[in-house]
Design a protein around this ligand. Structure first.
Ligand code: MF3
Ligand code: CO
Length: 266
């Protein structure tokens, strides 16, 4: 299995970092634009302009027929939401997922943005999901098992009682948006015995639900929603496996501090 996973050298990692940086800039410029009263369609239009400014390719638009510039998923929408007439309201949480292509190399990152007065309960869901991402990134160290990365999310999230989405997983990134290996957010006997090597590229992306882990796909054949319609959070970075953990190629500021959770920062 390990021999099928590409290992990227420093020059290739530099290329991936350029794609990742573009994806992070677009995400960071979308974040403050998320306002109550606007539609998700307007947000997707802005995303289109940001891609033009970056002069980079769009990894999602047209991927398997996906019709949006970015994925915009509100509240009970987990991932793959398509911009349209839905109006964003005060108290909503909006997950944004941005994928770029620069000179044939891919970058992929996501975050859930709180809009105005979000309940303490949902803020905590966001903080836990973002922290779970960083726990997993910390385990993306050469010599570790992939299982250590996946297990870090599960171990951190489980005590909070949230539902960890199982039907969708993280993935390798490189010359394609999705490469091997799959990166689940839970321990999995058959998937995770892979020994990590320096230069393997992973998109780590915990999707965590306030209620049940169960999800379903809407009739638009894209939007994934929680079965119980409770809110969901999604945070994603593309990282390169290194000697000290995952080197984040989609670097951006955190939104939720570990202090919010009353836990020690890593
Ligand atoms: N970050 C998501 C993923 O890794 C986004 C894919 S959306 C799609 O699968 F539109 F491109 F399918
Ligand atoms: Co991804």
């Amino acid at each position: 299995m390990a021999e099928h996973i590409p290992v990227r050298g420093p020059r290739e990692v530099d290329k991936l970092r350029r794609a990742g940086a573009a994806a992070a800039r677009i995400l960071m410029d979308l974040m403050p634009a998320v306002r109550p009263g606007m539609t998700t369609g307007e947000l997707d239009e802005l995303a289109g302009e940001l891609f033009k400014r970056e002069k980079c390719g769009n990894a999602f638009l047209g991927y398997a027929g996906y019709p949006g510039n970015v994925c915009i998923s509100v509240n009970e929408e987990v991932i793959h939401g398509i911009g349209g007439p839905r109006v964003i309201r005060d108290g909503d949480v909006v997950s944004l997922d941005v994928g770029t292509i620069v000179e044939g190399w891919y970058g992929d990152n996501a975050m859930t943005v709180p809009v105005g007065n979000v309940s303490a309960e949902v803020k905590k869901l966001l903080a836990v999901t973002e922290e779970a991402l960083f726990r997993a990134v910390g385990e993306a160290r050469q010599g570790n098992l992939l299982e250590d990365v996946c297990g870090a999310v599960e171990d951190f999230v489980r005590p909070y009682g949230y539902g960890i989405v199982r039907d969708y997983v993280g993935h390798g990134v490189g010359r394609h948006l999705h490469e091997d290996p799959q990166v689940p957010n839970y321990r999995s006997r058959h998937l995770s015995r892979l020994r990590l090597k320096r230069g393997m590229i992973l998109a780590i992306e915990p999707m965590v639900n306030l209620g049940s882990f169960r999800v379903k796909v809407l009739d638009d054949e894209w939007t994934v929603v929680t079965e119980d319609r409770l809110p969901s959070a999604h945070f994603e970075h593309t990282v390169s496996v290194s000697s000290h953990g995952g080197d984040i190629l989609t670097e951006r500021p955190r939104i939720a501090t570990p202090e919010l959770l009353g836990i020690e920062p890593l």
